[in-house]
Unconditional design. Structure first.
Ligand code: HEM
Length: 125
């Protein structure tokens, strides 16, 4: 069956919710979110809807500094090649499990670019 592309805020919510459902269950990065940072999902998920809606749908709303946040985070939790690799694999699987088209392609390519930059900044901070 053909899939649709990411077209609406509801699509972004579905993508983000599905992605973090996988993240929570993952043996490598799940414990970072669940046990080490103890993420408040009610705050984190809406922030991530806005972050991705900004990138993928040109919607305003996200204000934050993910680079600084992850540089700080990396002093407390393990965020190396392996963790980024797992994060990206789960993200790609989630995107292409649900959607197809140019916006879906953009989601995975932006995620990869941001992850590469984050890794670089973390390694050089
Ligand atoms: C090893 C990889 C990663 C880990 C373990 C990780 C983990 C986290 C954690 C624990 C938080 C904080 C949640 C909180 O404060 O409650 C967070 C926030 C966030 N993450 Fe990541 N992250 C990773 C990669 C990425 C990547 C590649 C992106 C973007 C493509 C990203 C985007 C964000 C954003 C936008 C926030 C919210 C920042 C804010 O508070 O404004 N993360 N991440």
């Amino acid at each position: 069956m053909n899939k649709n592309d990411i077209q609406s805020f509801e699509d972004v919510e579905l993508l983000v919710n599905s992605f973090y459902d996988q993240v929570k269950k993952d043996p490598t990065i799940g414990p970072i979110f669940n046990d080490q940072v103890k993420v408040n999902w009610e705050e984190h998920l809406p922030k991530m809807y806005l972050f991705w809606a900004g990138i993928l749908l040109d919607q305003r709303g996200y204000s934050g500094n993910p680079m600084m946040k992850h540089i700080h985070l990396s002093k407390k939790v393990k965020m190396k090649d392996k963790e980024f690799q797992v994060w990206l694999e789960l993200f790609n699987q989630t995107v292409f499990g649900l959607f197809e088209g140019p916006v879906a392609e953009k989601a995975v390519s932006r995620a990869r670019n941001i992850a590469d930059l984050m890794k670089y900044k973390i390694n050089h901070s």
